[in-house]
Design a binder for this molecule. Sequence first.
Ligand SMILES: Nc1ncnc2c1ncn2[C@@H]1O[C@H](COP(=O)(O)OP(=O)(O)OP(=O)(O)O)[C@@H](O)[C@H]1O
Ligand SMILES: O=P(O)(O)OC[C@H]1O[C@](O)(CO)[C@@H](O)[C@@H]1O
Ligand SMILES: [Mg+2]
Length: 529
Amino acid sequence: MDLSVAFPPAKPHSFASKLPVCPSKLQPSSLKIQSKPSVLHLKRSVRAVNGDGDQAQSLSRTADNDGFILEDVPHLTDFLPDLPSYPNPLQKSQAYAIVKQTFVAPEDAVAQKIVVQKGSPRGVHFQRAGPREEVYFNSEEVRACIVTCGGLCPGINTVIREIVCGLNYMYGVDDILGIEGGYRGFYSKNTLNLTPKVVNHIHKHGGTFLQTSRGGHDTKKIVDNIQDRGINQVYIIGGDGTQRGAALIYKEVEKRGLPVAVAGIPKTIDNDISVIDKSFGFDTAVEEAQRAINAAHVEVESVENGVGIVKLMGRYSGFIAMFATLASRDVDCCLIPESPFYLEGPGGLFEFIDQRLRENGHVVIVLAEGAGQEYVAQSMHGIDEKDASGNRLLLDVGLWLSQRVKDHFTDVRRMAINMKYIDPTYMIRAVPSNASDNIYCTLLAQSAVHGAMAGFTGFTVGPVNSRHAYIPISRVTETTNTVRLTDRMWARLLASTNQPSFLNHPEGLRGKVDEAILEEINKMRINSI
Ligand SMILES: Nc1ncnc2c1ncn2[C@@H]1O[C@H](COP(=O)(O)OP(=O)(O)OP(=O)(O)O)[C@@H](O)[C@H]1O
Ligand SMILES: O=P(O)(O)OC[C@H]1O[C@](O)(CO)[C@@H](O)[C@@H]1O
Ligand SMILES: [Mg+2]
């Protein structure tokens, strides 16, 4: 990357005549005001120029002697070195008037690993999130936009609301656009004007005020539109796919040399985004799942030989099922994608159900939607359907398991059972966020606003060991967060339910599963990572 490259000539603004755009916003502010670079700015420039040849690497990862590694996020001055900075208006903010330390020091970092051994290297750190002493946007010139993509999750509306209110109340920004219907909305829909008044009540409702979609990511068209509309801050709320899209937008913005900050806010009901402690809305979903589990338990307790099966979300990561089980105490067995199970033979699920029915007269099974897909695929011949984003559509393992259990007890054990199958899938993600998720969403939104105003870009925000941090987007998309069977949490669950671990997977049964299908499923897991 040539840091001396001047800002490219402005693109013809095809929308300028149609949109009420302030002309100054269509120009990069670096062209208008040539101020002296600040100390912070100089520090960043020096790091950028002293790279080891691989600019992207040297910018994102710096290590020193005691093994302290900073996985830094990009900054607008990395490719626009003359961008002016301004004193942060929070200095005069009423909200921060008596805060001891209003601004986060540039040296503050959040450790990824907090359990360490004496003498071990200090390890990977991220920039601590929060307001910086200097900002790289003049508030009056900010034109921000917010977009939501992918599946629903409790708390999306709270994040939208708090971005709008945070920008307005903390930084005096009053030009905020809502992009409707996900990524495709950039180029196929009109925008909404978002003000604190417009978004005042939205956090009380589930879903997304801006609507969402899958598919439709066209980087060039999206960035053309960002440029045409004079947008200079882009807030993107979405899951792993969305964050991959956000990384492409940031790269294209950088390639074109636009003074546009791109901030990702991670959203996933499956809790499958890595690095961050937990995704927003997850606790709400786990809480909501209790209602379905309770219902299953009440139903099966009230009949003879009651078998309750509750299917919860979780494509490749069984966190919702695992935490809902740990929270409930009424669950006898939890099945997740990460832990293969089997039905027949010693140590199998049928044997366990039989045993619990004899001991307690009923049994409750919680099942993540991605569990046992290899078996369902085998019985249904084919797993080829995909959604608009390219995610493979899962087969209904809940229905499949209910049928298999019924068949087994009727045909093999000659025993009448009372099957109650509950599928609350969408109910747990369509609710508004609970109190703790609302607080979490507020922190995420405010951190994203502070980061964008400070000129950071290509970053995701989220808590790492309970401290909010700015994380390079690529870092959260390179792996998927899954339940590790070797971690203590899964052991805690096994200890709590006393269910089989299914580790003695009989070779014979494994052999029955079509190897081609298994390979396909493994490929799709790897692709999703
Ligand atoms: N690799 C990718 N590159 C660019 N855009 C992508 C990529 N993957 C997905 N997207 C876009 O991101 C948006 C959301 O993706 P997806 O439907 O996979 O949901 P998600 O963000 O992963 O959320 P969730 O899985 O929690 O529902 C879609 O518009 C899709 O086109
Ligand atoms: O039906 P939709 O809206 O595509 O969403 C379903 C998927 O979205 C998720 O909630 C998140 O990826 C998955 O758990 C689920 O499979
Ligand atoms: Mg996803």
